[in-house]
Design a protein around this ligand. Structure first.
Ligand SMILES: [Zn+2]
Length: 257
């Protein structure tokens, strides 16, 4: 059975971690080592007590997450943070995190899988971050209301809901953009306008993005940060498990957002 070093190397290579920029706190790659070999892995959107407890219950030795151990920044290892670390080390569980490298991956990425799930065919990128397009865009001819229904279904599978900026019942989406998670901000909306997009699908965004979208004639569909980022990490775990003959379990821990 493989070690965390072998699995980490494979994941780093699969996701091209070395070449994809990210926020410093993402700290993509192996975040916590373990000692023993690994025959079971778990995946979760967020590093959390629930994800760790699920990993212990699954008797797994590697937890793969999208938002890693250092997402909230530098903190004292006391209280719940101490308990999380103690549980991981006691049960010999390693942690691997993949943020933007997972969002952008053409097969296993959150955005590619979200587009597929919605029946949309990407033809270009969207949501530029430094040297990469984190999101995707493409052409379609679909009722915006139908797109909203599909997103509402995804959100409801994870105890979330859909928020949409107002649009007419007969409106059609002909040029869409997707950026999972916190995908809506002033910069992405300006980019959407420049690219000629009429509909932007994201997880979440601040209130002012809804105001700006309306000014630009763009509809934004906010399907929930959590729900839009369940697809990638799950697919990554399954791909890793298939390659090494392991078992992978997705731990669904909805945040409601
Ligand atoms: Zn996210």
């Amino acid at each position: 059975m493989p070690t965390v070093a072998i699995l980490g190397e494979f994941l780093d290579a699969t996701l091209d971690v070395a070449n994809i920029p990210d926020y410093p706190n993402a700290l993509n790659g192996v975040q916590l080592a373990n000692v023993g070999d690994i025959d079971r892995v778990t995946t979760a959107v967020d590093f959390s007590t629930q994800a760790i407890d699920g990993t212990i219950a699954a008797d797994a030795r590697l937890l793969i997450v999208h938002h890693g151990m250092f997402w909230s920044g530098i903190q004292p290892i006391t209280g719940p943070a101490h308990q999380r670390l103690r549980s991981l080390i006691t049960h010999d569980i390693a942690v691997y995190a993949a943020h933007l490298p997972l969002d952008v991956h053409p097969q296993l990425g959150n955005n590619a899988l979200l587009a597929r799930r919605l029946g949309l065919e990407p033809s270009a990128g969207f949501a530029r971050f430094q040297t990469v397009d984190v999101g995707l865009s493409g052409r379609s001819d679909i009722a915006t209301a139908d797109l909203a229904d599909r997103l509402r279904t995804l959100a409801s599978e994870h105890r979330g809901g859909l928020v949409a900026t107002p649009f007419d019942a007969d409106r059609r989406t002909r040029h869409w953009g997707i950026c999972s998670g916190a995908g809506a901000d002033s910069a992405t909306l300006r980019e959407a306008s420049t690219r000629g997009l009429d509909t932007v699908i994201v997880g979440e965004g601040p209130h002012h993005t809804a105001v700006e979208a309306r000014e630009l004639g763009i509809v934004v569909l906010y399907a929930g940060h959590y729900a839009t980022e369940t697809l990638g990490v799950r697919a990554l775990g399954e791909s890793l498990a298939a390659h090494f003959g392991l078992t992978a379990t997705f731990i669904d821990a909805p945040t409601g957002l």
